[in-house]
Ligand binder design. Structure first.
Ligand SMILES: [Zn+2]
Length: 591
């Protein structure tokens, strides 16, 4: 007794996160919870959705469920960094439990993953209830009539088991939970293109082999307070899959929003800002992120962000209703999503591939209604700066909307990329992403465009374990000899856009910018001054044009004038001994 008292006394007020006031909620979705005593009550329901079960308890429950239902199967997608299985449950009334069987089925495949950021675990507890209700409890059995459902309850399994009550300081429950990053401290939702984490490699292989029609990534927000409890969105029509974006916006969103509202939830758009009044931005997620990656693959992808300040039960039940109505909508419009996806996948035109977008300067002013929360700004005695305080009263307001629809940087789609066999890590990543190519069996000379990369700028600090880099990119037409074993990657294919995003150095998620080509950026050969001096004298004497160019350079460039080493290097670069391949990006574009 005394020990218990001492223990509880050690949790001081400074160890309790101070959250803005909660809005009272009692939505109709509470009726979805299994009653106490139900043999299939989930571990979280047993605690009135205040807690979330650990990895072992989660999969003990699922194993029991799978054993009791002929419509369920559990498969491991691979192992985490610490060796935990990343489990996926397949729910299929036709028992289509393999990628081949799912492909043969006429039913669309909906894939949802929870816990990519393991502290944001609402999706796991919602998914357990839904799988149960679609099978042994039978209250939602019809959801599987027209859809096959794949569900990963815990993607970031190692992060999930870094279990503590001191996680996610901005979030209202569960009482204890996992951590954002994996065991390598990598953020999986920055890892979709470079795929450093073993969990991510498992996921990319699964997405490529199971090829879902719809991919759902379940998160919890940080940031501003507002009334919405379930926010969700996708890359817009200015992205890589405009027809998919159109279907999601005009068919899926109205039906899912209605379903959520009927059950007492408040659906809203994704809001990535600390203060909605300052504006709501609709950007294009880069392919390092789940929804950007899906867009680049032409796979309909939804990013879900439950609002962190809503209580855990409200968030879990909202996720349940969201998943239910996504399944209903996909089932209700057979062919709609498939047709739009097929169009997005097919039109790999010769036109430009956008790489970077921005909000157009001359964009017409647009605003929209926001279901906000009252706030006040006061002077902070802590920072001396303005402090934002959320007051917990619902307010309807209008906020400016900014849409990043203008393409700032783009590249023309080539016929194919030629990747020399020396770049094995790069080719291995193409393999992982399922990007097809052919290997040459003998050396070949090809007319290509290649890039000279000058003035590299290395980003500090490092990001996700990589020193990122950008450079000035100058195209050169060349007749280039590619060795036997070169990977020739066609770019007019379904995954041609993704190939371009990985292989074009101007692409923010290119393997170049992630640092896979650092070695080409260092000059390695050099010349001794006692060799270059007499050669330079001879060059000046023999080539009056060069002599004039040198004279002008001396006159115009003060730094050059005062730098003897730079002067010699200037001549060295004009000899045939200079490394002709210095800073030449090795991947060719066949046009
Ligand atoms: Zn997240």
């Amino acid at each position: 007794m005394l020990t218990a008292l001492l223990l509880s006394a050690t949790l001081t007020s400074a160890q309790t996160a101070i959250l803005p006031p909660a809005i009272p909620w009692n939505g109709a979705s509470r009726s979805l919870m299994a009653p106490a005593g139900d043999p299939w009550i989930t571990p979280s329901e047993r605690d009135q959705l205040r807690t979330t079960p650990r990895y072992d308890e989660t999969f003990a429950y699922l194993r029991r469920l799978v054993a009791a239902s002929r419509d369920l199967k559990m498969v491991s997608l691979g192992k985490s960094a610490e060796g935990r299985d990343v489990w996926m449950v397949i729910a299929s009334t036709e028992r289509a439990f393999t990628p081949e069987a799912l492909r043969k089925s006429s039913k669309p495949v909906v894939f949802a993953q929870a816990g990519i950021h393991a502290g944001e675990i609402d999706g796991k507890d919602a998914g357990l209830m839904l799988l149960r209700d679609m099978t042994v409890r039978g209250t939602k059995r019809e959801l599987l009539d027209k859809v096959n459902f794949l569900f990963v309850p815990i993607f970031n399994t190692d992060g999930h088991e870094r279990f503590t009550k001191f996680t996610r300081i901005n979030q209202r429950g569960p009482e204890e939970g996992g951590w954002r990053t994996n065991a390598l401290n990598l953020n999986l939702n920055r890892d979709y293109t470079k795929a450093d984490a073993p969990e991510m490699r498992a996921m990319i292989r699964a997405l490529d082999t199971y090829d879902p029609d719809l991919y759902i990534d379940l998160h919890v927000t940080d940031g501003a307070d507002y009334q919405y409890d379930i926010t969700y969105g996708w890359n817009g029509p200015a992205g890589y899959s405009p027809e998919i974006a159109e279907w999601l916006e005009t068919t899926l969103r109205p039906e899912v929003d209605r379903g959520l509202q009927e059950m007492g939830h408040i659906p809203g758009p994704l809001i990535f800002t600390d203060d909605p009044l300052s504006g709501i931005g609709f950007g294009q997620a880069d392919p390092r992120l789940s929804n950007g990656y899906g867009d680049a693959r032409h796979m309909a992808s939804i990013l879900v962000e439950n609002h962190s300040l809503k209580p855990y039960d409200q968030r879990v039940l909202g996720t349940y209703v969201l998943l239910e109505h996504i399944l209903r909508t996909v089932a209700k419009h057979p062919g709609g999503l498939a047709e739009n996806s097929a169009i997005s996948r097919a039109h790999q035109s010769k036109g430009p591939i956008p790489l970077v977008w921005r909000v157009p300067e001359n964009a017409a002013a647009e605003d929209r209604e926001i279901l906000g929360i009252t706030s006040r700004k006061t002077l902070s005695p802590v920072t001396g700066d303005v402090r934002m305080e959320w007051l917990g009263k619902p307010v309807t307001m209008r906020a400016p909307v900014q849409r990043a629809t203008e393409v700032v940087t783009s590249v023309m789609r080539p016929e194919a990329y030629w990747v020399p066999p020396a770049w094995q890590e790069v080719i291995a990543l193409l393999d992982l992403h399922g990007i097809s190519y052919e290997r040459t069996t003998e050396a070949q000379e090809v007319d290509v465009t290649m890039y000279r990369l000058t003035d590299p700028k290395y980003e500090t600090p490092q990001f996700e374990g990589h020193v990122r880099v950008t450079a000035t990119i100058t195209p050169e037409k060349r007749r280039e000899r590619f060795p036997a074993g070169t990977a020739v990657v066609p770019a007019m294919t379904r995954l041609g856009t993704l190939a371009a995003l990985l292989l074009e150095p101007a692409s923010p998620d290119s393997l170049f910018q992630w640092g896979y080509f650092h070695s080409i950026l260092s000059p390695t050969e050099y010349v001794e001054a006692y060799i270059m001096e007499p050669m330079a004298e001879r060059m000046l004497a023999e080539d009056p044009k060069l002599a004039e160019e040198f004279r002008q350079k001396i006159a115009a460039d003060e730094a050059f004038r005062g730098n003897s080493r730079a002067r010699l290097w200037w001549f060295y670069q004009r000899t045939p001994f200079y490394d002709e391949r210095a800073r030449l990006y090795p991947v060719g574009r066949e046009e």
